[in-house]
Write a protein that binds this ligand. Structure first.
Ligand SMILES: C[S@@+](CC[C@H](N)C(=O)[O-])C[C@H]1O[C@@H](n2cnc3c(N)ncnc32)[C@H](O)[C@@H]1O
Length: 262
């Protein structure tokens, strides 16, 4: 990853996205994601591209505080503190939650094979990037490799629940639909500033996606790639004011029927 031009590595980006969970469309996305995770007591979960750890918080609560382990992983060091300071309810013993700094464009080598029961990832895998050193052009190599890596770190009956933005996401529409929730945000001024930062990042993301660096694929294409990566059963549905797709990918097809159809 070229650290000089990647906004995901900048402290301000971590701050900009830290309040995103207070917006109504994002809450819809979290609910839809967690509903498909169905965490069970004693399981180990990985929250990939965890940001400040909103999905970790929701997953932990949905398990009734009974997970054996919850690991948040992100490429932005600024997220470590935000993640570990995230208040979990019920309280989480320190040894059951950890943060691992990892750039998933290089795979998930830091994690052993078959370690997790579940991988959850919110609006992050799209940003796996690879530039061909010979041609200087971006490719989808890191994206496809990340899907295979997600499968590798899962137990044989494990599942992944990932959300991704739709092609050419309309970040302005998301912001507009989020305005109602400003009333529920204590510091509306700060939220507004972070909203502007998010829009700025959104503009950059769309520009980079057009160059092939990032990957906003339609649902069927993400599902096809997950199947190619070794997940025989993939379901998907729209969420996030129709600006995101939630996908559930099972290593064991029989488990896929335990989630409601889209
Ligand atoms: C839109 S934010 C979502 C954060 C969090 N999943 C949530 O739902 O609130 C995308 C996250 O992906 C992380 N990310 C982007 N590129 C990454 C990479 N190459 N490796 C690891 N994390 C990455 C960013 O740092 C950021 O935290």
């Amino acid at each position: 990853m070229d650290t000089t031009d990647n906004h995901w590595l900048k402290p301000n980006t971590a701050k900009a996205f830290k309040d995103q969970h207070k917006a109504i469309p994002y809450q819809e996305l979290m609910e839809d994601t967690i509903a498909w995770c169905r965490p069970r007591p004693g399981e180990r979960w990985l929250d990939l591209g965890c940001g400040a750890g909103q999905l970790t918080r929701a997953l932990w609560a949905a398990s009734g505080g009974q997970l054996a382990e919850i690991v948040g992983s992100d490429c932005n060091p600024g997220n470590e503190d935000l993640y570990l300071r995230q208040k979990l309810d019920p309280a989480c013993p320190a040894e059951r939650r950890r943060f691992v700094l990892c750039n998933f464009s290089d795979g998930l080598k830091v994690f052993p094979d078959g370690h997790f029961d579940g991988v959850v990832s919110g609006l992050a895998i799209t940003y796996a990037e690879h530039k061909d050193p010979k041609t200087g052009k971006y490719t989808d190599q890191a994206y496809n490799n990340l899907l295979r890596e997600i499968r590798r770190v899962l137990k044989p009956d494990g599942r992944a629940v990932v959300s991704v933005n739709v092609p050419d996401p309309n970040f302005v529409s998301i912001m507009t639909k989020s305005l109602g929730s400003a009333f529920r945000i204590r510091s509306a001024g700060k939220a507004f500033l972070n909203g502007i930062r998010m829009l700025y990042t959104g503009r950059w993301l769309r520009k980079e996606a057009r160059s092939g660096r990032f990957h906003y694929y339609p649902a069927t294409e993400v599902a096809r790639r997950l199947e190619q990566a070794g997940f025989p059963a993939v379901r998907h549905r729209l969420s996030y004011a129709d600006q995101a797709i939630v996908l559930r990918a099972d290593r064991e097809p029989a488990n896929s029927s335990t989630v409601q159809a889209a």
